[in-house]
Design a protein around this ligand. Structure first.
Ligand SMILES: *Cc1c(COP(=O)(O)O)cnc(C)c1O
Length: 377
């Protein structure tokens, strides 16, 4: 059994994907180009923002947006303490300080209360300038943008939505990757919209930011004269072949995959809700189910369930086994555990189950039986 069955997806989409790849090879044009422009336009239309700027990874997408805003030394960037490393690491690369914020215990997303506490703490300390908030749409569920936007406005901060796991989700119909001043996503293979390698994109309604991002992803070259570099950028472009793969995969995601993962999440929840804490999708929210993550009573129970699943040949994952504040790279910041009770509880109790659009109902049955038995014995 696969945790995320990319092979089955390829079998269904093989003719279109193979043709997309072949066209790129036959054209002998491998970086950016017509297919990338087509993809950027389709994704921007779907998300309902004016611009989509693709690049080489979700990590680069975050870094490029922060670079474009001139974020660097002595700046504070607020992000979730329970996420993939890049949400904070990209601020650090630019010399800024990531300020890690505890999560909501039910949605696993950044807690608006804890966010405001951390902003006030940084202001009171007076060492760093608060500049931006990077909320993460963890496991496919958009963060609490209505409340985060109010806080950003109150303190004059920009919002950069980290939608690496969130593409395809929405809040009352407003799509993930359209929140804040800019948003990013990742096309890493296992994400809701994945390619066959690394890739990413930035979304924004801001015309000037769009121009600046296109320059920054190409060494800072001037839009008018490609041999004049007007600022310092990086080399981060999307390969044409990945656009050839993403175009049919995007169509499948919108046509039926999002519906399928939501149906499958329903199967899991129906079978598990009396035994474990199942994911909470607040009213009006729609998840793209990058992960289906349950909470067990405690670490011992979680580890037992994972062991029983493994014995039954069922893969499961622990996203994430440590808070960002527990990363060795951030040990110097000496962040106290007391700031992060919900993160710590999650690291001990979470378990992510197999999730992809091609899971069948009897497979979900089998997985849930093993979990139930592991808990009841
Ligand atoms: C995967 C991921 C990223 C980074 O994307 P890459 O394409 O792997 O660089 C950033 N943030 C979150 C929350 C992610 O899950």
């Amino acid at each position: 059994m696969q945790f995320r069955d990319l092979g089955e997806q390829y079998r269904r989409l093989k003719p279109e994907i193979d043709q997309g790849i072949r066209e790129v090879i036959e054209s002998s044009a491998f970086i950016l180009g017509g297919k990338v422009a087509e993809l950027e336009e389709k994704l921007a239309d779907y998300v309902e923002v004016k611009h989509c700027v693709s690049c080489a990874s979700g990590t680069d997408a975050l870094q490029l947006a922060l670079m474009a805003w001139g974020i660097g030394a002595n700046d504070a960037v607020f992000t979730s303490n329970f996420t993939y490393f890049a949400s904070a690491g990209t601020a650090s690369i630019l010399g800024a300080t990531p300020v890690l914020v505890d999560i909501d215990e039910r949605t696993f997303n950044i807690s608006p209360e804890a966010l405001e506490e951390q902003i006030q703490r940084v202001l009171a300390e007076g060492k760093l300038t608060p500049r931006a908030i990077v909320p993460v749409d963890l496991f496919g569920l958009p963060a609490d943008y209505p409340r985060i936007e109010a806080i950003a406005k109150k303190y004059g901060l920009r919002i950069l939505e980290d939608g690496a796991q969130g593409f395809g989700g929405s809040i009352y119909g407003k799509r993930a990757c359209s929140f804040g001043d800019a948003a990013t996503t990742s096309f890493f293979p296992a994400k809701p919209l994945g390619c066959y390698g690394d890739g990413g994109a930035i979304f924004t309604d801001d015309d000037e930011l769009d121009v600046l991002l296109r320059s920054l992803r190409a060494q800072g070259r001037s839009p008018e004269d490609k041999y004049d570099n007007r600022c310092i950028g990086i080399n981060s472009r999307l390969d044409t072949i990945q656009a050839g793969i993403l175009l049919p995969k995007f169509r499948a995601l919108v046509d039926y995959e999002l519906e399928a993962v939501n149906r499958i999440a329903g199967w899991y929840t129906e079978r598990l809700r009396d035994f474990v804490v199942t994911p909470l999708i607040p009213e009006g929210y729609y998840s793209s189910w990058a992960q289906y993550t349950i909470l067990l009573e405690n670490e011992e129970r979680r580890n037992t369930v994972q062991k029983r699943l493994k014995e039954a040949g069922i893969p499961s994952m622990i996203y994430y086994s440590r808070g960002m504040h527990q990363q060795t790279a951030y040990a110097d910041m000496r962040l106290p555990d007391e700031w992060y009770p919900n993160t710590l509880s999650a690291t001990h109790r979470v378990l992510s189950l197999p999730m992809h659009p091609y899971l069948e109902e009897d497979t979900v049955d089998r997985i849930c039986d093993v979990i139930r038995k592991a808990i009841m014995r």
